[in-house]
Design a protein around this ligand. Structure first.
Ligand code: DOR
Ligand code: ZN
Length: 350
């Protein structure tokens, strides 16, 4: 007799180890979508102007806390935006004071608001050395920006040209490769047994480059790093459902108003905060690995960050397809919620 399909799944409350909340009206609109399900999130610092100093991170954290819906139980974990002028001592103090959990490295020009990022990686050596001493993680947007490198190759080239040299010079630095999209990155993380982990987004587990480009261009699937071939997506799913502690969820949920996405030069970013858990449960179920969902969303990341696991639980219930809003209003314009292209049967109880 076929075993009864699981219809309820209770797991520790999840965390999101890579999230864009923005500021102002957009922050107020999107924060509730993450706070509904997630206990903690690593907050990206690519605001305009970027969150570079400890003081800026403290003020941004205050704005996030002030924007939380009443009764919400959500902890923003702040990051500092690394520039060539970043002061190692400011970083160390921010870490010691609990203001900043990690530092984010954007190669200049790699993505949204990365203009103040790093051009010359030798100039950030003193900061990286200090971070290694204090055990503070470096979060890496792993793409080269050279115009002659094909956009689909930028992650693989980054590993060879930038990441390997950084790790060779500084093997004690703890690094998270953010939003990995390639087999090359998954292999690199798997083959490295110390101080290296990777986040995987919800959308990169679902879309490949055909979803963006075949049969018409779909701006709502455009993000950076851009989704790759199907064979890469399959490897990402295998890594996510494997239970390997080096892979964990970072949604990279990145809201942009539709007018900014549906433009001649549309912004990169996919907004998944609203239905991420439903999407992930569907993927893990399809892979026959629902038992590994908790490791991916609630355990592996906390362990890498050396933080306690969340004590409270969330229950996912399987039933009729979930109705979720196609868009949310942000005060800066409508934001489209990620459409995975298949029905979602798992609803997270709130
Ligand atoms: O698609 C993306 N959107 N990738 C990033 O790296 C940044 C993000 C954003 O801030 O919109
Ligand atoms: Zn991001």
């Amino acid at each position: 007799m076929k075993p009864k399909a699981t219809s309820r799944l209770t797991i520790r409350r999840p965390d999101d180890w890579h999230l864009h909340l923005r500021d102002g009206a957009m922050l107020a609109a999107v924060l509730r979508e993450s706070a509904r399900h997630f206990a903690r999130a690593i907050i990206m610092p690519n605001l305009v102007p970027p969150v570079v100093t400890a003081e800026q991170a403290r003020l941004y954290r205050n704005r996030i806390l002030a924007a939380l819906p009443s009764g919400a139980n959500f902890t923003p974990l702040m990051t500092l935006y690394l520039t060539e002028e970043t002061d190692p001592e400011d970083v160390a103090l921010a870490h010691a004071d609990g203001i900043a959990t990690a530092v984010k490295l954007y190669p200049a020009g790699a993505t949204t608001n990365s203009g103040s990022g790093v051009r010359d990686f030798d100039r950030i050596r003193p900061v990286l050395d200090r971070m290694a001493e204090i055990g503070m993680p470096l979060l890496v947007h792993g793409e080269v920006t050279d115009s002659e490198i094909d956009i689909f190759d930028r992650e693989a080239v980054f590993i060879d040209r930038v990441l390997k040299p950084i790790r060779k010079k500084n093997p004690d630095l703890r690094i998270v490769m953010e939003h990995v999209t390639t087999e090359d990155a998954v292999d690199y993380v798997r083959d490295t047994h110390r101080n290296l982990a990777a986040t995987i987004t919800t959308h990169h587990l679902i879309i490949n480059r055909n979803h963006i480009l075949a049969g018409g261009v779909r701006p709502h699937f455009y993000c950076l790093p851009v989704a790759k071939r199907e064979r890469h997506r399959i490897v990402l799913v295998q890594a996510a459902v494997s239970g390997d502690p080096r892979f964990f969820l970072g949604t990279d949920s990145a809201p942009h108003a539709d007018h900014a996405k549906l433009a001649p030069c549309g912004c990169a970013g996919i907004f998944t905060a609203t239905n991420t858990l439903s999407c992930l449960a569907e993927i893990f179920e399809a892979a026959g690995r629902l038992d590994k969902l908790e490791a991916f969303v609630s355990i592996n990341g906390a362990n890498f960050y050396r933080m306690p696991l969340n004590d409270d639980r969330i229950t996912l219930v399987r039933g009729e397809p979930v109705i979720y809003p196609a868009t949310i209003e942000s005060g800066e314009g409508t934001v489209t919620v990620f459409d995975p292209g298949f029905p979602l049967h798992w609803r997270a109880e709130t």
